[in-house]
Write a protein that binds this ligand. Structure first.
Ligand SMILES: [Zn+2]
Length: 508
């Protein structure tokens, strides 16, 4: 054996050894957990009784729709806010609570804590819902119809976002009912136009907070990702995804204007041909993928649950990064996690079979990953299209949000959120991820680095597909989990010091 060969073999053995050790340590990583929320717990398990369930159903009957054209059903919104206030006297008559209706229809509740030196936090949800296409539904979307055994209720807004809205209120009501007063103050903010970007609701709530002198918050928790069930076939456990950032979005218009003419005498290149070339180049040269810290954390959280040999790969991302990046970039469902995506959604050109059109245009939709900016995307597109005749204009854009801390051992806010998830959900793996949709958090970004997007409910792929679509529904069990989650979060949020948890990864 030549000496190069010998050294190479030793190197391989050492690398394999390191991989095995890391896999063993990560797979056997045990963390100290808080006690589970259970029905045996004293004063700490809230059941969905008749009152809580019926109140929730009442809100589902109110058609608080935000239409695309920035129109809203204002009477219904007003009715909902008034209903919330009269249905929760324990909250709205409490001496520990102040509240106000912001900009006519949004609700801001302040629960005064004992220790004024602690930064308050904010829980958000929204009162409005998206429209329905009634004939697609198998039940009336605004009648709160239940299944036969009363374990599921159907209705627009069950998942997005009246479940969270009413669960936050039920949790606070119980908190006050049993005589608790928090150390740390907190706000509950219910915007009324999240589905049309929150400029009348959350934006005004943010301004109201500033007027009160509140410009820093401990953390913000709004709607977002959920606990997913059966997302990957081979995984037995549920996967709780905490949204620590939001991807940005850009709609670009590409246009070409060039001389047209009769189709019997075509020029070498036509507007349609030039546009097709540009689009084809964009599609085959997507923005580069990368495995960043966020994706690394996510993949490492999965490692203990995935079988051999994938667990070796996921426990050793430092070695397998290029391979993983290639695999994820080429997976239609997962590519969004590793790069800015490019999709051509509309193409226009030509009017008549025998006329060469003088113009052609297309719409490109990018979902911008947090490590890219709109500028990066525009530069990439220009470089790839590489044709001055194709004009690019931005129709609509929003930059990606900053990435909030996601270390359980060093971020107190991520820790208390993930601790609470573990208290409520059995058999769950937790990992940070980027949310592709947008939320009201855009209006709270300046208040805190710790902005999280998570709805505490377990959903299957089918249930997730009903959000903003037909037959949206929620189980009574999920509603109960949500209430208990917010209640435990209210208790855990008084924490002022990091809880020590075993984290062997730091030793590697
Ligand atoms: Zn929503």
């Amino acid at each position: 054996m030549s000496s190069t060969c010998k050294y190479f073999s030793i190197l391989l053995v050492v690398l394999f050894g390191i991989c095995l050790i890391r896999t063993f340590v990560i797979v056997n990583l045990s963390k100290k957990k808080l006690p589970k929320c259970s029905k045996n717990e004293n004063h700490a398990f809230i059941e969905v009784d008749w009152k809580r369930w019926e109140r929730f159903k009442d809100t589902l009957r109110m058609e608080t729709i935000s239409y695309e054209a920035n129109e809203q059903n204002k009477d219904e919104l007003k009715k909902l806010v008034e209903y919330i206030i009269q249905a929760h006297p324990t909250i709205f008559k409490s001496k520990h609570v102040q509240y106000e209706i912001v900009n006519g229809y949004s609700l801001l509740i302040h629960v005064q804590g004992r220790d004024k030196s602690l930064l308050p936090y904010l829980l958000a949800a929204h009162l409005d819902v998206v429209p329905v296409v009634e004939h697609e539904w198998s039940v009336d979307p605004f009648s709160a119809i239940e299944n036969k055994d009363g374990t599921i209720v159907y209705g627009r807004g069950t998942l997005d976002d009246k479940g969270s809205l009413m669960a936050q209120l039920a949790a606070l009501e119980y908190f006050l009912e049993i005589g608790l007063v928090p150390q740390r103050s907190f706000y509950i903010a219910h915007g009324h136009d999240e589905e049309i970007s929150g400029y009348q609701g959350a934006k005004h709530i943010a301004a109201t907070l500033k007027k009160k002198g509140v410009d820093r918050l401990h953390f913000v928790l709004d709607e977002g990702l959920v606990v997913t069930r059966g997302l990957f076939g081979s995984m037995n456990q549920d996967l709780a995804l905490v949204g620590v950032t939001e991807k940005g979005i850009a709609f670009l218009n590409l246009s070409v204007e060039i001389h047209g003419g009769h189709s019997s005498m075509p020029a070498k290149e036509t507007a349609i041909g030039i546009m097709s070339g540009a689009i084809s180049r964009l599609q085959s040269n997507q923005m580069p993928g990368r495995i960043d810290n966020l994706m690394t954390e996510m993949l490492e959280s999965l490692a203990p649950e995935i079988g051999f040999p994938t667990n070796i790969v996921l426990s050793n991302i430092w070695l397998f990064k290029p391979l993983l990046c290639w695999l994820l970039s080429n997976n239609q469902m997962l590519q969004g996690g590793v790069r800015t995506t490019t999709a051509v959604t509309i193409m226009r050109g030509g009017m008549k079979g025998n006329v060469i059109p003088s113009s052609a245009s297309a719409i490109v939709n990018h979902r911008i990953h947090p490590w890219d900016s709109l500028d990066d995307v525009l530069q990439h597109d220009q470089r790839i299209i590489n044709d001055d005749r194709v004009r690019i204009t931005v129709l609509h854009e929003s930059e990606p949000h900053p990435i909030s801390p996601f270390s359980r051992s060093s971020s107190i806010t991520y820790q208390l959120l993930t601790d609470t998830i573990e208290q409520i959900f059995d058999n769950v793996i937790i990992g940070p991820a980027a949310l592709v949709a947008n939320t009201d958090t855009r209006h709270y970004l300046t208040f805190s680095e710790n902005i999280y997007r998570f709805n505490p409910m377990v959903l299957t792929k089918d249930e997730i597909a009903s959000i903003h679509a037909k037959n949206e529904r929620i189980s009574r069990d999920n509603f109960e989990k949500m209430i208990n989650f917010y209640f435990h979060l209210m208790i855990n949020s008084d924490r002022t010091k990091l809880r020590e948890i075993t984290d062997k990864k730091g030793e590697l």
